[in-house]
Design a protein around this ligand. Structure first.
Ligand code: C5P
Length: 216
């Protein structure tokens, strides 16, 4: 079974999905982490985008799942927090426009949902990847609020960042993610929209958990 939470960057999807997964005893699936890991490979390779798309097939980015959660592996190696750095955030929306990358990410997600129950977050999960999900959520929040949250998150992890740079990056990613031709960010059909600007974290979690309980 899968519950999908889609929405723009920094709307609170990942922290909420993680907590909801914990509450219902499922795993958390971070689809953005897979796109970020493909972007790490792109940045490390220093190739132009068209050439990179041609070598996508010779690499493997998988998700390892254990009782502590899910973690992306790049050709079998852990990538840790390197995928959260600003240099990755700057390129991820461009790399995510590549059909070859999207095909690999979607195949990997569809493979692991055969084995476990997931609460997953992303941009196109309810609309394209898992249209038959048990429950679909579309989570939004004001840009300023999203930038503040992301800044606090990065500070906590000790990753250097500036609030203005984060805000500019979120706005740019919103535009690229919503306007791309393949699998754009959109409210999936049948999704429940939740605006988290004024909601506390506990309210977001309990709202989604209770929606899941009603479906089970
Ligand atoms: O969730 P996160 O902000 O880490 O995602 C990073 C980027 O990965 C997004 O801005 C988007 O370009 C891409 N992405 C996507 N489809 C998904 C999840 C993420 O295109 N399902």
């Amino acid at each position: 079974m899968i519950v999908t939470i889609d929405g723009p960057a920094g709307s609170g999807k990942s922290s909420t999905a993680k907590k909801v997964a914990e509450q219902v005893g499922w795993h958390y699936l971070d689809s953005g982490a897979l796109y970020r890991t493909w972007t790490l490979l792109y940045v490390m390779g220093g190739m132009d985008l068209a050439l990179f798309e041609e070598v996508v097939d010779v690499h493997d980015i998988t998700l390892s799942v254990d009782k502590h959660g899910t973690e992306p592996l790049l050709n079998g190696e852990k990538v840790g927090d390197s995928i959260r750095e600003q240099r990755i955030s700057e390129h991820v929306s461009t790399v995510s426009t590549l059909q070859a990358v999207r095909d690999k990410v979607n195949a990997e997600m569809r493979r692991i949902v055969q084995k476990h129950n997931f609460v997953a977050d992303g941009r196109d999960l309810g609309s394209v990847v898992f249209p038959d999900a048990l429950l679909k959520i579309y989570m939004v929040a004001d840009l300023d609020e999203r930038a503040k949250r992301r800044f606090a998150e990065m500070e906590k992890k000790g990753i250097p960042a500036s609030l203005q740079e984060i805000k500019d990056n979120l706005a740019a990613r919103d535009a690229t993610d919503s306007e791309r031709a393949i699998a754009p960010l959109t409210k999936p059909e049948g999704a429940i929209e939740i605006d988290t600007t004024q909601l506390s974290f506990a309210e977001q979690v309990s709202r989604i958990s209770s929606e899941i309980q009603q479906k089970l």
